[in-house]
Structure formats: structure tokens, C-alpha cells
Design a protein around this ligand. Structure first.
Ligand code: PHE
Length: 441
């Protein structure tokens, strides 16, 4: 992969984005001290490599850490035998990230436009589910697991999307022969009065059917346990009372049908927050093949995965996902008390925005909008608030495709000068030519 010659740019933020020495033109890529051979599939840019050591979910007083600890404490109160992990390395095999989870070879999530490939056989995990088999192989097998980790996806650029975010995977299994007793063991809190929960997809059927390996009653028992556990978690986070409802309305949640290759039946849980349904997580009854192949054929269980940023943004009124990465003390110091109930982020100031458009003819083959989004994050770093595709057209004669993107620059911690932005924009334009093979207009 070619890199922009960044040395010519002198702005202070440049230094932050200087890639590690090992990320240059060498034949290997170094991640957390391990060398991986580069090959034609390698597509992890230096800006992403630089984020890997941060481990935001382990930083004391970081909002992601506050939420993680709160959820861990909730689960340990339910059952002290949940095993916790938050430091599994982010490089996993394509087998662990996809095949082990029964994700079909044609599934779009495998595309290099969506996933960071370290090389042909290894990726930066795209979800915490990549560790399901690791933890299910442990002996003795604990009753359950919570795995918190940074996950990586190539995606759009706006206030709620960032190529690195954090997820927590929850897993709970039961001895099949003693299911009825075991689902009673956890101390799941009673549903508090006034919490409004709808579950129109309660009965599996149609596209959301019970697995052949399971009896209907058995699957429903597992699903019930999962739903009650997760509802309790939402009450724990938002408070029954609740700040979530508009004008003091009660906390509202709903279960809707979901689809994941590694669970069946599957659901998604949404919470009504300030008048909008917020998708919290995906979950379901673990595919029995996954349990069987990890030596748990005498067990059944459920799994969920949910994203921490989206939740934290709502709970603490954090308006922009880039703030999680801020090293400005004005950000972190606000979360010292760790009080979920009353803590609200006070924006230190809204700095002026400045947008720049860039138009270019895209290469005839192999171009994806995500290539452009990543390039902008890579070159301009966190000074970019969002990138929007504002126009696209096909030349009537040559059939070449032209795209115009609007890059919205806004720093989170200072005001920048026009010259600075011009210089960065020039860097973006150069990179479009050098890295994407675009033809500027
Ligand atoms: N891994 C899924 C995702 O990232 C979420 C999930 C986890 C769904 C576990 C079901 C069970 O979207």
C-alpha cells in the first residue's frame, strides 16, 4: 500500500497520526508486538494501527470503561461465576471471525471493503463474536462470559460512525439435562413496575425458527432467560425511573426479530430514548453446532453482542463519537465520578466547522465509497466530523463515473486556521490520486 508523504505537512496534529515505524513499506505488519506477513490482502492503514494500543475500554474513568464495569457488576450479581475478559488481542483468523460462526463465504461482511485484513488469513476482529469459540473451549466451562473488546470495521464517516468501536459479548450456557433448574439459578431482578416492554416476536417461527437440534420448549426457556437478563441490564443502565423517557415517560424497550448465522432464533433489543428507538444489541440462542464443536454438546445457551459507544453517547449526552478518542483532559476529567445516573457531558465549546468539496473520476474498477472515507480519516484524522457523498454522475460519452464528496472539518478541542485546513485538504487530494487512483476534476 502506498502512503502519502506526510512529512511535508507541519500541523501539530500530524504527529499524532504518524504511523509506527513498522507500518512503512516493510514486508510485515507489527501489531501489539506480533509480526504478520503482509500480502495482497493487507488493507490496514497506519491511522488504524495507531489506535490499536489505546484500549479505551480499559482506561479508568473513560465513559466506555464506566459502562463496561457497570455491566460486569450487574452480571456478577446475577451469578458470580461469569468469567470476564477485556484484553483478548484484536487480530483473529478469518476462520474465527467468520467460518467458526457459520457465516457463509459469500456474506458481504467478509468483503475487503468492509473488513480490515491484516493479510489473507488474519483480520482485525469485526465483532466480539470472533471469540465465542475461544471462551467456549475453556475447561472447566464457566456458566457464562463477558468479553469486551475493540472491534474494527470500514465504514462511513459521521458523528456516530468510527472505524474502531467497542463491543461486549455476553454468553450463558446451561447443562441441557438440568435446564429447568439451571435457568432458575441466576438472581435476575424482577421487572420493575412501570417499565414498558413489547415482544411481538416472542414466539419463534417462520424465518426465526427454533433449531432442529432443539425442542421448542427448551429453546424458549433459553430465550426467556436471555431476554429477562438483558432487560435487567437495560434497567440497570437507564434506571427504571427513567431519564430515558421523554417528559418523564416510563422506560420502553422492544424485542424485534433478528437474523444472525450463529444464533437461532435471534432477536434485537431496542430502547426508546428521547423519542427515538435505539438499537442496542443482537442476540439469540447459540447454534448448537458451535457448542458441539467446542466440546459442549451437553449444553445449550444464548449469546448477545452490543456496541458500547452508541449506548455511552446516549447515556452521557456525548454528541460526537470522535470524543471517545480525545486526549483532551477536558473530556476525561468529566467522568471521574463514574456516576451513571447524573453524569452528562458538558461540551467545552463547539468550534467552527468548515467544509471542502472534492470531485474526482473514480477508477474504472475496484472502487468503494468506504475507500474514500478511510482515506479521509487516515490523512485528516479526527479533524473530520463527517464525509458525505453529495453528487455522482456518469459521463454520457466516456461512461466514467464522477463523485463529489463534502468533507466537513471541525476540531473538537480548538479552532484551526484556514491555511491549516487548506493544507490538509491538499493532502486529501493528493492521496486520492496516489492511493485511490482517482482523477481529480
Ligand atoms: N456479533 C453480532 C454483531 O456484531 C451481534 C451478536 C452477538 C448477535 C451474539 C447474536 C449473538 O452484530
Amino acid at each position: 500500500m502506498r502512503r502519502l508523504a506526510s512529512a511535508s505537512l507541519r500541523s501539530p496534529w500530524r504527529e499524532v497520526h504518524t504511523p509506527p515505524a513498522s507500518a512503512g513499506a516493510s514486508t510485515s505488519i507489527s501489531i501489539l508486538g506480533v509480526q504478520y506477513p503482509r500480502d495482497a490482502c493487507t488493507n490496514v492503514p497506519p491511522s488504524i494501527l495507531a489506535k490499536i494500543p489505546r484500549g479505551l475500554h480499559r482506561v479508568p474513568n473513560h465513559p466506555l470503561n464506566i459502562i463496561k464495569r457497570r455491566i460486569e457488576a450487574y452480571f456478577q450479581r446475577l451469578n458470580s461465576k461469569y468469567a470476564l475478559s477485556d484484553s483478548l488481542p484484536p487480530v483473529v483468523t478469518t476462520t474465527a471471525n467468520f467460518d467458526d460462526l457459520l457465516i457463509p463465504t459469500s456474506h458481504p461482511s467478509r468483503a475487503p471493503t468492509d473488513t480490515y485484513y491484516v493479510n489473507a488469513t488474519h483480520v482485525l476482529r469485526t465483532h466480539t463474536s470472533a471469540h465465542q469459540r475461544d471462551v467456549l473451549r475453556l475447561r472447566p466451562q464457566p456458566v457464562g462470559h463477558l468479553v469486551t473488546a475493540d472491534v474494527y470495521r470500514r465504514d462511513e464517516v459521521d458523528v456516530s460512525h468510527y472505524p474502531v468501536f467497542h463491543q461486549m459479548e455476553g454468553i450463558r450456557t446451561f447443562e441441557r439435562a438440568k435446564l429447568e433448574e439451571e435457568v432458575e439459578v441466576d438472581r435476575i431482578p424482577e421487572r420493575p413496575a412501570g417499565v414498558d416492554i413489547t415482544d411481538e416476536a416472542a414466539e419463534p417461527g417462520g424465518t426465526n425458527s427454533v433449531q432442529n437440534a432443539h425442542g421448542k420448549e427448551e429453546a424458549m426457556m433459553v430465550a426467556q432467560h436471555m431476554k429477562r437478563t438483558m432487560e435487567g441490564m437495560v434497567v440497570e443502565l437507564f434506571g427504571a425511573g427513567s431519564k430515558a423517557g421523554e417528559n418523564g415517560e416510563p422506560l420502553k424497550m422492544r424485542w424485534i426479530e433478528g437474523y444472525f448465522p450463529f444464533t437461532g432464533p435471534s432477536w434485537e433489543l431496542e430502547v426508546l430514548y428521547m423519542g427515538k428507538w435505539l438499537e442496542l444489541c443482537g442476540c439469540g440462542v447459540i447454534q448448537q453446532a458451535i457448542l458441539d464443536e467446542t466440546g459442549n454438546n451437553d449444553r445449550v445457551g444464548w449469546a448477545f453482542g452490543f456496541g458500547l459507544e452508541r449506548l455511552a453517547m446516549k447515556m452521557f449526552d456525548i454528541p460526537d463519537i470522535r470524543l471517545f478518542w480525545s486526549e483532551d483532559p477536558r473530556f476525561l476529567s468529566q467522568f471521574k465520578s463514574g456516576d451513571l445516573g447524573t453524569l452528562r457531558f458538558q461540551p467545552y465549546s463547539k468550534y467552527p466547522a468548515c467544509y471542502k468539496d472534492v470531485s474526482f473520476w473514480i477508477p474504472v474498477e475496484g472502487y468503494h465509497d468506504n475507500d474514500m472515507y478511510e482515506l479521509v480519516r487516515d490523512v485528516a484524522g479526527d479533524l473530520v466530523e463527517d464525509v458525505a457523498l453529495i453528487d455522482a454522475f456518469v459521463h454520457p460519452k466516456t461512461k466514467r463515473v464522477s463523485k463529489c464528496y463534502r468533507i466537513n472539518y471541525r476540531s473538537m478541542d480548538r479552532t484551526f486556521t484556514n491555511d491549516e485546513i487548506d493544507e490538509i485538504q491538499e493532502g486529501v487530494r493528493q492521496a486520492i490520486v496516489e492511493r485511490l487512483g482517482g482523477d481529480l476534476r
